[in-house]
Design a binder for this molecule. Structure first.
Ligand SMILES: CC(C)(COP(=O)(O)OP(=O)(O)OC[C@H]1O[C@@H](n2cnc3c(N)ncnc32)[C@H](O)[C@@H]1OP(=O)(O)O)[C@@H](O)C(=O)NCCC(=O)NCCS
Length: 148
């Protein structure tokens, strides 16, 4: 039986949501650490929208939708998609990404981008199933010397 997934936008970082994100973020990557101040900034920031997914009332997944105007149009980016290990394969990830796509479209996004490492097989399968198409572009990162 597939449980109903409810996706909601986070307007305030409650203790419950903080606890859920403390559990979820390390499942995103080994280097993702919980930072309550940073999470408050995410929730308060005009460009960022934190979405969480609940199954049977409990928070089981999260993502962040970022939207920003550019001279070429309103752009959107989906980041930090994560579903609790024990709740994977039930459509929680799909419900989160679909909700982000609907929100971005309703706010006038011209494009909605995301990145995913080739090793993230489940994520890639999910994104392609939802209609994301690979772009032929190079992904660059500059690490400021002060960042390490
Ligand atoms: C990617 C992730 C968010 C998906 O969440 P989820 O709730 O399991 O997603 P869904 O149930 O909606 O769909 C998962 C899909 O991946 C498939 N899948 C699960 N494990 C898989 C694996 N190891 N290899 C390939 N596909 C896999 C599922 O079968 C399902 O596809 P299907 O419905 O077409 O069969 C979750 O696996 C996760 O949090 N991973 C770790 C963090 C991560 O990689 N985040 C993405 C960053 S880009």
């Amino acid at each position: 039986v597939t449980e109903t997934v409810v996706v909601e936008q986070v307007d305030e970082l409650t203790q419950e949501l903080g606890d859920a994100l403390r559990r979820l973020l390390p499942q995103l990557s080994a280097s993702a650490t919980f930072d309550a101040d940073l999470l408050h900034r995410v929730v308060e920031h005009e460009a960022s929208t934190l979405l969480v997914a609940r199954v049977a009332g409990s928070v089981r997944g999260a993502l962040t939708l970022v939207m920003y105007p550019l001279p070429t149009g309103i752009r959107a980016h989906i980041d930090d998609v994560v579903v609790d290990e024990e709740a994977r394969g039930q459509g929680v990830g799909a419900a989160l990404v679909r909700a982000a796509l609907d929100l971005a479209e309703s706010r006038g996004a011209r494009t909605i981008d995301l990145t995913s490492r080739p090793s993230r097989a489940a994520a890639i399968r999910l994104y392609e199933r939802l209609g994301f198409v690979r772009r032929d572009s190079n992904l660059y990162r500059y690490l400021p010397p002060s960042s390490s």
